[in-house]
Write a protein that binds this ligand. Structure first.
Ligand code: ADP
Ligand code: ZN
Ligand code: ZN
Length: 739
């Protein structure tokens, strides 16, 4: 046995590394951080990532187990990626091993070779002839040979069925040496010289100014916030900056929100460039993900486009990072490693010394604050490219007006007028289903979820009550479960109800619903959009799935059925989120010749934030909201960390948090931590969810460094606390949702 100690990160929640002894054979190899090593762990085996090689260990020699196998000849992880993961684990106070699990492709974690898959290609041999007598009476083989001969570079094995090629026929042809099999890499290794597949649009003055500003930052770290109204042509600016990046022989990484994954967004990139584009999002399978990751790492992908986790894609020659719709909530991961991809992208850009561009029509208050303090260059684009006008807003006070399935009389008239003028209407309501509650008119029973402190939503069409928080569902009752009377009434309106009502009100026009229920079928979304693009007068009803990235040239009226939720909520970010949603949805209106109009139904027509938003626009709203945050000592003027706990029995979560709170108070006294407040523990806003009782403790700090000093010592104690074993707990650094 050697004295070479391998210090590994293992996929475990424990915030520590694990030591193993290298076998003599391993010790003779060059060992570098990032290599994967198989080791025994309890009664199982695990794959760990080598972090360092040491000569001594604190583990007693007789307890030190030997590693089993070294999986890589060299490290599959470039040093830059390992560095980013180390930073991430530190900052989010998360175990390094688990951080790596989130950051790396699944197959890599499972021990798959870190090499791009070799694909088998079927190809016609040089002297094969269609009139070969051996296949004269074999029509299927002849047909296969014919098809294959149309592909001089061969056909990948995985694409055979797509081309209608039959494997048995090919095997017979192979035996006759009329076709051959070749094993090679799937991606061509050559680089293109002409990057543009499509001419660029000439930039307007605002676009040019933004483009030049970012381009002059090429070659080193610079951060920019591109705050451009909807339709101002941000995407065109991205595309031209990417072209510059490609011409400089570098790669571009583009992050998009989950909701923008539609074919429309991706098509714009694919149509523009002759480039190798690696896609990394939820719909690609594990093998494709690993191949894309490897191609990016090896410089064989020019543009990397993906959602949140694509942030961890290594690049051989990074040149530019773009975060589209930087305000979007999907950049924050809400489980396990609770990272924010936008925030980490800044760290990465800094570490790799490349420029980063954050773009949005409705920037987050955090990013605006960073622009104000000079950390980001602020680039504004205030006009729509192509000359379309910004939509006009109208606040429609619905106090004391009857709502008919959520739709007021004046709104119905406006919808009718728009349709009669041959235009389209978009009705936005961020609530799926038929109605948020079912109520018994006799005894007052309401459709509470048995597992949550929440109501179950009525889904009329599928005939169920479903909880949107835990997924529990049951058959829609015909009689009240409590008093057995039949007068059960849906209360409030969701998209299903609005759709149904609009169909009755406007029987001559198509009404199309877009939400998670209506688009669960694979091509449903596509079919909907094809109908809309045809341009005949129609009504679109939907949730925030309608809000982003879409271009509906014939929509001239946007109706927002309920703007009040964001103004009442206890969550301090709710108004920001509501404003972003309203502006993004409104941005769908009037993107072509006809000007657009936005009607906002509200009970709070005089609410200062709503007035500001609808009369002066998002940036005026944001200033107002920022000054409120400053006054209240909330982010971005303070830093938060949230300790959440949940347990099956009431009181357990609070018990743990009480202990945690005392520990934090003691540590604060020892460390002299200034400006840190402990708020709670308190029950979570929805105390019971999916059958568990939840509570939380909020840490609010005026400066980041003391907060991090506190929590890193604190977590070590929390891991040891016996009361922590009975609860599920987690720490969220920079929480976005305080639930
Ligand atoms: P954003 O991403 O800011 O919402 P888009 O990039 O989608 O805006 O652009 C909105 C519309 O304006 C698109 O149809 C786009 O083709 C068009 N457009 C963008 N830039 C220009 C330009 N310089 N000249 C003419 N049309 C443009
Ligand atoms: Zn009843
Ligand atoms: Zn529930």
């Amino acid at each position: 046995m050697s004295d070479v100690i391998l210090r590994l990160a293992l996929p475990s929640p424990l915030r520590r590394l694990f030591d193993y002894r290298a076998t003599a054979a391993m010790a003779r190899q060059p060992l570098t951080p990032g290599m994967r090593i198989r080791v025994p762990f309890g009664r199982r085996e695990m794959i760990g990532i080598l972090v360092e090689v040491c000569a001594t260990s604190e583990v007693p020699a007789d307890k030190l187990k030997p590693a089993i196998a070294l999986l890589d000849p060299t490290s599959p992880l470039p040093p830059a990626l390992l560095k980013l993961c180390l930073w991430t684990a530190q900052y989010y106070q998360h175990s390094l091993g688990d951080t790596l699990s989130w950051a790396l492709p699944v197959l890599l974690r499972q021990g798959e070779a870190a090499e791009i898959r070799q694909e088998r290609f079927w190809q016609v041999t040089a002297d094969a002839r269609l009139d070969d007598p051996r296949i004269a009476r074999a029509p299927r083989q002849r047909e296969a040979l014919q098809t294959l001969s149309q592909h001089p570079h061969g056909v990948a094995h995985s694409l055979l069925s797509k081309l209608g090629l039959n494997k048995d026929s090919l095997d017979l042809l192979l035996a006759k040496e009329l076709v051959q099999l070749e094993v090679r890499r799937q991606r061509p290794a050559t680089r293109h010289e002409h990057w543009l597949a499509q001419p660029e649009l000439p930039l307007n003055d605002e676009q040019r100014a933004a483009f030049e500003a970012v381009r002059s930052g090429f070659g080193s770290f610079h951060a920019f916030l591109l705050a451009g109204v909807t339709g101002s042509g941000k995407t065109e600016v991205y595309l031209q900056l990417i072209r510059e990046t490609l011409e400089a022989g570098k790669q571009a990484l583009v992050l998009i929100p989950e909701i923008n994954l539609g074919p429309q967004t991706l098509a714009r990139f694919e149509q523009r460039f002759n480039a190798r584009i690696a896609l990394l999002h939820s719909a690609v399978n594990d093998r494709e993900r690993l191949d894309a990751w490897l191609a990016a790492r090896d410089g064989e992908a020019d543009i990397i486009i993906g959602t949140r986790s694509a942030l961890f894609t290594p690049m051989k020659n990074p040149g530019l990072i773009i975060i589209d719709e930087e305000h979007d909530g999907s950049y924050k991961q809400q489980e396990g490693l609770r990272y924010h991809a936008r925030d980490l992208a800044l760290v990465r850009a800094h570490q790799e010394n490349v420029p980063i561009l954050l773009g949005s029509a409705t920037p987050s208050l955090e990013s605006l604050h960073n622009a104000h303090t000079g950390r980001y260059g602020l680039l504004r684009m205030n006009h729509r490219a192509g000359g379309a006008k910004q939509p006009r807003f109208l606040r429609l006070d619905v106090r004391s007006r009857p709502l008919d399935s959520g739709i007021s009389g004046p709104l119905q008239q406006a919808i009718g007028k728009t349709l009669d003028a041959g235009q389209q209407v978009l009705v936005f309501l961020n609530r799926r289903g038929f109605a948020p509650t079912l109520l018994c008119h006799d005894c007052g029973w309401m459709s509470g979820c048995p597992r949550c402190d929440a109501r179950m939503t009525v889904h009329q069409r599928s005939g169920v009550l479903r909880c949107h928080h835990c997924g529990y569902d049951e058959r829609l009752p015909l009689r009240c479960p409590k008093c057995a009377h039949v007068d059960l009434r849906p209360v409030g309106a969701g998209t299903e109800r609005a759709e149904e009502r609009l169909k009755v009100l406007f029987p001559d026009f198509p009404v199309l619903r877009v939400d998670r229920d209506s688009t669960s079928r694979k091509d449903a979304m596509h079919n909907l959009f094809t109908t809309i693009q045809r341009g005949q007068p129609s009504i679109l009803v939907g949730t925030q799935m309608l809000a982003k990235g879409h271009h509906f040239p014939r929509v001239t009226l946007v109706a927002i059925l309920d703007a009040d939720g964001g103004l009442f909520s206890g969550d301090f970010r709710a108004s920001e989120r509501m404003a972003q949603l309203i502006v993004q949805v409104a941005g769908r209106a009037g993107r072509a010749e006809e000007p657009g109009k936005v009607i906002v139904q509200t009970h709070l027509a005089e609410h200062p934030l709503l007035v500001q938003l609808t009369e002066e626009g998002y940036f005026a709203f944001a200033e107002q909201a920022l000054s409120e945050r400053r006054g209240a000592g909330l982010p971005p003027f303070a830093h938060l960390a949230l300790l959440r706990a949940e347990a099956h029995k009431p009181g357990q979560a609070e018990g743990f948090l009480d202990e945690a709170c005392s520990a934090a108070e003691r540590l604060l006294a020892e460390q002299g931590g200034q400006g840190i407040e402990l708020l709670g523990p308190v029950p979570a806003p929805m105390e019971r969810r999916a059958g568990r009782f939840r509570a939380q403790l909020l840490l609010q700090a005026s400066a980041r460094a003391p907060l991090h000093r506190l929590i890193s010592a604190w977590l070590l104690e929390l891991e040891q606390m016996p009361s922590g074993r009975q609860v599920r707990w987690s720490l969220d650094v920079d929480p976005v949702d305080l639930y």
